[in-house]
Design a protein around this ligand. Structure first.
Ligand code: NDP
Ligand code: GDR
Length: 360
C-alpha cells in the first residue's frame, strides 16, 4: 500500500477496479497521490485478487483506497457512489469484456457496457458535477470490426462485429454526445488489445501462456484454440493505463487511439509461448484439422476446436497511435515478443510456487 506518497488533493473513481486494467490504474493513481475509490461487484468468491496488494482496512482513518459494492446495471447505486466520493476523475473500465461471451449474453452486455456508461454520465449531470468530474470511457479497437482500412486511426469508420462491440459503439457515441451537449470533459480511449500477467485467463494470450507453462510442467496435455489466423495489435496493459490518465490531464477532452502499430497472428503468439518453455512447434493439417506438434517428441500439443470460432470475427487489428504520440506524449514501450515472454515466465512462476506450497 502506497502510504508514503504525498496526496495530490484529487479523488478518482474507477469502475472495473478488480479487472486487469483497474488493478494497474489503481496502482498508477495511488503512486500519483490520488485518493482512489473503486467499484466492485458482489461475488460468491473473492474477486479482489488483482488488488490485494493495495487493499486497505476500511477501519483505518482517512483511507486512500476505498472499495464500494456496485454494479453498472444499477443507476441508483452509481449515483450514490458518485455523490459520496465527488470524484475529480472517473474511469469507466467496468464491462462484460469478453467478445465471444457477448454472443451468449447480448442483452446483459448491452446493459452493462452501453447503458452502464450512460448511467455514469447521467450521474454526473444529476449531481451537477459537469464542471468537476472528468470522464474516461474504455472504448475499444473492436469498434473497427470488419476491416475498412489499416492502420486504424481515430478517423477510421466503425463497423462492430459483435454484441460487445455494438454496445461499446453506443458508449463511444454517448460520451461524444455528452461532451458536446453538456460540456463534460469526457474522453474515449480507443485501446487496442493490451495484455499482461494479470490478463483474464480466457483471453487468448493468457490462455496460451498458461497452457504453455502447464504443458511444460506436465500438468496439461493439450491446448484447444479457435481462429489461429486472427491478427491483433498487442501491447502491455501497464503502459496503456498511463495513456488513460494522460487523456484526463489534457485541457480539452478528446478521443485517442492507443496501440503499438504492429500486428501479430495468434499462431505466432502460440509459437513464441511454447518456445519460451523450450518447445518448438511445427504445424500440420489445415483449418479445423490443424495441429501444433512438438518437433522433438512428435506429441500433439495444440488443436483447433471450432467451439472457439466466433459467429462474426474481427480478422485484423493494427492501430495508428500517432495522435497519442503527438498530443499526449504517450508511446508503448514493451515489444509484443517481450510481453509474451513476461507472461509465460509469470505463469511458470505462479504454477511452480503453487506446487512448492502444496508439497511443503
Ligand atoms: P476485465 O474483464 O479484466 O475487467 C472488467 C472489470 O469490469 C472487472 O472488474 C469486472 O468485475 C467489472 N465488471 C464487469 N461487469 C460489471 C458490472 N455489471 N458492474 C460492475 N463491474 C463489472 O477487463 P480489462 O481490465 O481487460 O478491460 C477494462 C475495460 O477496457 C473494459 O471495459 C474492456 O471492455 C475495455 N477494453 C479492454 C481492452 C483490453 O485489451 N484489455 C482493449 C480495449 C478496451 P469482476 O472482476 O467482478 O468480473
Ligand atoms: P478480443 O480478445 O476478442 O480481441 O477482445 P481475445 O483474446 O478473446 O481474442 C483475440 C483473438 O484470438 C482469437 N482466438 C481465441 N480467443 C479466445 N478468447 N479463446 C480462444 O481459444 C481463441 N482462439 C483464437 C479470437 O477469435 C480473436 O480473434 C479483447 C478484449 O479485451 C476486449 O474487451 C477488448 O475490447 C479487445 O480485446 C480490444
Amino acid at each position: 500500500m502506497v502510504t508514503d506518497v504525498k496526496l495530490n488533493g484529487k479523488v478518482a473513481l474507477v469502475t472495473g477496479i478488480t479487472g486487469q486494467d483497474g488493478a494497474y490504474l489503481a496502482d498508477l493513481l495511488l503512486s500519483k497521490g490520488y485518493i482512489v475509490h473503486g467499484i466492485k461487484r458482489r461475488s460468491s468468491s473473492f474477486n479482489t485478487g488483482r488488488i490485494e496488494h493495495i487493499y486497505q482496512d476500511p477501519h483505518e482513518q482517512n483511507p486512500r483506497f476505498v472499495l464500494h459494492y456496485g454494479d453498472m446495471t444499477d443507476s441508483t447505486n452509481l449515483i450514490r457512489i458518485v455523490q459520496q466520493c465527488q470524484p475529480d476523475e472517473i474511469y469507466n473500465l467496468a464491462a462484460q469484456s469478453h467478445v465471444q461471451v457477448s454472443f451468449e449474453t447480448p442483452e446483459y452486455t448491452a446493459n452493462a457496457d452501453a447503458v452502464g456508461a450512460l448511467r455514469l454520465l447521467e450521474a454526473i449531470r444529476i449531481l451537477g458535477l459537469e464542471k468537476k468530474s472528468r470522464f474516461y470511457q474504455a472504448s475499444t479497437s473492436e469498434l473497427y470490426g470488419l476491416v475498412q482500412e489499416v492502420p486504424q486511426s481515430e478517423k477510421t469508420p466503425f463497423y462492430p462485429r459483435s454484441p460487445y462491440a455494438a454496445a461499446k459503439l453506443y458508449a463511444y457515441w454517448i460520451v461524444v454526445n455528452y461532451r458536446e451537449a453538456y460540456g463534460i470533459h469526457a474522453s474515449n480511449g480507443i485501446l487496442f488489445n493490451h495484455e499482461s500477467p494479470l490478463r483474464g485467463e480466457t483471453f487468448v494470450t493468457r490462455k496460451i501462456t498458461r497452457a504453455a507453462a502447464a504443458i511444460s510442467l506436465g500438468r496439461q496435455d493439450k491446448l484447444y484454440l479457435g481462429n489461429l489466423d486472427a491478427r491483433r495489435d498487442w501491447g502491455h496493459a501497464r503502459e496503456y493505463v498511463r495513456g488513460m490518465w494522460l487523456m484526463l490531464q489534457q485541457d480539452e477532452a478528446d478521443d485517442y487511439v492507443l496501440a503499438t502499430g504492429e500486428t501479430t497472428p495468434v499462431r505466432t503468439f502460440v509459437e513464441w509461448a511454447f518456445a519460451d518453455v523450450g518447445i518448438t512447434l511445427t504445424w500440420t493439417g489445415e483449418g479445423v484439422n490443424e495441429r501444433g506438434i512438438d518437433a522433438a517428441s512428435g506429441r500433439e500439443l495444440v488443436a483447433v476446436d471450432p467451439r472457439y470460432f466466433r459467429p462474426t470475427e474481427v480478422d485484423l487489428l493494427i492501430g495508428d497511435p500517432t495522435k497519442a504520440h503527438t498530443k499526449l506524449g504517450w508511446k508503448h514501450e514493451t515489444p509484443v515478443r517481450e510481453l509474451a515472454r513476461e507472461m509465460v515466465q509469470e505463469d511458470l512462476r505462479v504454477m511452480q510456487t503453487a506446487t512448492i506450497m502444496k508439497e511443503a
